[in-house]
Design a binder for this molecule. Sequence first.
Ligand code: UN1
Length: 503
Amino acid sequence: MELHAETQRILRSLGVASADRPDGLAVRSPIDGSRIGAVAADDAASISLKIDGAQRAFLHWRATPAPKRGELVRLLGEQVRAHKANLGRLVSIETGKIFQEGLGEVQEVIDICDFAVGLSRQLHGLTIASERPGHRMMESWHPLGPAAVITAFNFPVAVWAWNAALALVCGDVVLWKPSEKTPLTALAMQALLERACIAHQSGAEKINQLVVGSAEQARPLLDHPQVRLVSATGSTRMGRAVAAQLAPRFVRTILELGGNNAAVVAPSADLALAERAIVFAAVGTAGQRCTTLRRLLVARSIYEPLLQRLRALFQRVTVGSPLDEGTLVGPLIDGAAFQSMQQALTRARADAAWICGGERLLQERYPDAYYVRPALVAMQRQSEIVLEETFAPILYAMPYDTLEEAVAMHNAARHGLSSSIFTNDLREAELFLSAAGSDCGIANVNIGTSGAEIGGAFGGEKESGGGRESGSDAWKSYMRRATNTINYSRDLPLAQGIRFELD
Ligand code: UN1
């Protein structure tokens, strides 16, 4: 009841009129399993209407100068700044991540808005030397069309913002399908965006619309011919289904799927630094980031002492309500996440030297919520369960003898999202970052696998999906590229010197 009242109060303060419809989809907080609101789901008819609206909005929005589009994103960023604390709290209540991480996620929204505002004046193409006299070649970047953005429960606002802030300055319009586990933060962002649209005074309506419901209910979104880009974040299974559904229409995709991220700890590593980085990356967000550290490859000479230190830290880490100051690990999102964690640990037992943690905590206080002690598993080999992604705080540790062996074990995973090496040896660091090293989209030295800044392109290889979001030149995925050749001479020379005389 308490969480319900607080959620509804925050939502009202952010401008959400109704988030507790008796007939809607119930939303529960993983903090105690209680109902905190309910939202109306879309159906095929309402989705179709929304896409038609998006297409109409697109025709207007693509003709709006990009810096003027950036102005809207600037206004959105201002709204988010002004409401950072409330939004952070709402993220924490709806996802179960600790309040500090809720605030961090909202900061990520602010950061990408700032980035996108600058970008709105830098959507540049190249000019290219033509082989023909009196000709000029250039590249133009144009808005693509309505983009569907599918987001996961674990980053309910930041991942939308990486996509939407870029898509909007690029002149696309957005149809946002949030996770059905976290639609309330989506309603909140939508309300803030609507305020920004009013302040923008451009009639920019329907440039971002919500599509609420389960994956099945949102399916018509993927089938609609006017949707030109689908950016989906979630499991590899989800990504495979989405990619297969879109392939016949060659719809562009950005897929940000799972990860089975590893860190290598070399003999020269600064162990005090490595320990802190490892614990944050493995147990932060209760192991529910796509960038969470799941595999630890440790040089044999330091394996035992490092594992003993980590074991003590895993035992000590404070697990509890994410709203309590001092908590470092909140609850898992739901009972299904708890079950999959337990199944993984059961399977790991066969090849484990020992397992510490993994048990359910606080059951008496929170019978309808799933708090766990993060698990550290000393593995004798990198068995199949280690090569699978379990979206929970389990860190599998394995010793290695040579760096080449460590890199081979590292790259044996089917995913390729994030990776790091802890070393003070330049040769080892450079080898890990080289073409013969980590095969991931993100490769770090002396920091953990999670917690990327928005300035870099974010995404992975192999079963991690292959798309890139956020910074660097990820914006290019949200636009269509045209190569233009302009003849300003009075002749018509053909490329490749072809002669084609008509008389
Ligand atoms: C995700 O878990 O889907 O690098 C995204 C990180 C965050 C984003 C994670 N900036 O851990």
